[in-house]
Ligand binder design. Sequence first.
Ligand SMILES: Nc1nc2c(ncn2[C@@H]2O[C@H](COP(=O)(O)OP(=O)(O)OP(=O)(O)O)[C@@H](O)[C@H]2O)c(=O)[nH]1
Length: 394
Amino acid sequence: MQSIQAAHSDVREGKRQRHRLYMARLLILNMAIESAELALFAIAGTIPVSIAVLFLAVGFAVSSGFYLVFRLGLNLRFKQKNLLIPQLLVFGGIQIVFMFLAPKLSILFLLVLVVLSGYAAIEFNPRQYTIGWLVYGAATALAMILLGDRFDYPGHADMEVGLVWLFFFMTLRSLTLANASFSRLREKLLEKNRQLEQSLHRIEDMANRDYLTGVHNRRHFMSLLEMELQRSARSGRAFCLVMLDLDWFKAINDRFGHPVGDVVLQRLCLLAGDNLRAVDQVGRIGGEEFAILLPDASLDSGYTTIDRLRAAVHAYDWQQVADGLQVSFSAGVAAYGAGDSVHMMIKRADDALYEAKHAGRNRVQQAGAMQEAQGRPDPEQLEQLEPGRVNQAS
Ligand SMILES: Nc1nc2c(ncn2[C@@H]2O[C@H](COP(=O)(O)OP(=O)(O)OP(=O)(O)O)[C@@H](O)[C@H]2O)c(=O)[nH]1
């Protein structure tokens, strides 16, 4: 288990390192672009060519130095593996040093510092960002004081104005790096959200299902029943509640063993799945006791459906499970009536089940109308129950 987790975290770390390398390559590109822009300013005569060449040399050396560090995995020795703080210090420092070397471009170097702080805004926590902001703020203040009236603007010649725009435009472009980081974070967050939602669904499902048979457990079935009842109370739509109990299950357990009993419970639920509609809901509410919700079903159609299931269970080849095994169930069906409550419906379906058991088992019994279900009748009264109907198994 531990080695699987370790493998997962290795894969994750490998992905992160590939992303850091990608970012380092983009950084080399950014430095190359800034160098090219400085070269254009040199051509326009705003700064000496030597300054543009120096910027290219320093920018290339530093950005490829970082790339090498990532490539060799040296960054993995540090706590903050993306080395953002040293990168911001070094690249920010370069901009400030070049404010002195090319004071006419000061304003543009300040612009690059704004972009660099964009990375800090994405990766740092508020405390770290505040520190970074104050460091950049203090360093630029010092640079501006020291520069005095040498602090300048590139110039107003057409080419210079065009180059200022180009510099601004390309500097904004370099935010694509920050944008890539941000998108990655957002993707990761969305993915984690998706995983969390899936886990939540799985956990909810597990909490709602019976561990042995996979059908709804008692608690969840009761809430489904309550919801169905409220829906029918609003719309007047018909539905049936069925209480179902396996016959002589104790004897099955005693004769064939508990594991066979478990398989019988599972097969019964599979047969219910095969013989009921997708909208019908099965719940295990006790050991060998089940309840079934049949939406949009009248008492007669509910009865027919459950009797068909009864016949299917009775006809099933239980010899596959254990030699000599025969399984049947008895069930009571109650239909929703206006003013019904969950408790009243359960009581009526339960009473009908009780009648089916006493009438010989392997039967389905319709419950009487709701007004008549005042308690469990004694066996002598069963014959006279109105309008109940008992199906005699063949
Ligand atoms: N194998 C198995 N047996 C269970 C489980 N839960 C309850 N039982 C058994 O189900 C049996 C229920 O027996 P009874 O309540 O006497 O009912 P019955 O033997 O089915 O008799 P009738 O309902 O009157 O037909 C008991 O022996 C319980 O031990 C389970 O999860 N697995």
